[in-house]
Design a protein around this ligand. Structure first.
Ligand code: MG
Length: 163
């Protein structure tokens, strides 16, 4: 049993005044923050769903339901660590990660290396196999109106054969 799988993840959170904006485990200075049951880290949530999707292991809402008080204000790092354990149990290893975050502002480029460092530490991937990009939506839609933030993630995972 060996081979490759790809996975895709997508997530959205509302933006509200007075809340922190966590992206990839980095607190980004911003007048608007991400609302949610956990720390609402949309980047990590999309990545978790991509990893779970690649391994066909369900989704983040199934494993960490927002109806469960245990996950209130939980740092999303915990979700990613747990998901990594789940896919490793099935002998999957990530090969590369590509993430796009959609937000009007602030610019996240200054924090990109910190985000990649966090994801590298948790996934065990080299930093050069992790891509974190951001785009605006040219003022259009909920991201453009700064009502919300979204993230898309794609991953490739590999399972080596037993020798
Ligand atoms: Mg989410």
């Amino acid at each position: 049993m060996s081979g490759f799988r790809i996975g895709f993840g997508f997530d959205v959170h509302r933006l509200e005044k007075g809340l922190p904006l966590w992206l990839g485990g980095v607190k980004i200075p911003s007048d608007l923050g991400s609302a949610g049951h956990s720390d609402a880290d949309v980047l990590i949530h999309a990545l978790c769903d991509a990893l779970l999707g690649a391994a066909a292991l369900g989704d983040i809402g199934q494993h960490f339901p927002d109806s469960d008080p245990a996950f209130k204000d939980t740092p999303s790092r915990y979700f990613l660590e747990t998901v990594m354990g789940m896919i490793k149990n099935e002998r999957w290893t990530p090969v590369n990660i590509d993430i796009t975050v959609c937000l009007e502002e602030p610019r996240i480029a200054p924090f990109r290396d910190d985000v990649i460092g966090n994801l590298s530490a948790i996934t065990g991937l080299n930093a050069d196999a992790i891509s974190v990009k951001a785009t605006t939506t040219e003022g259009l839609g909920f991201a453009g109106r700064r009502e919300g933030i979204s993230a898309y993630a794609v991953v490739l995972i590999r399972r080596d054969g037993i020798t």
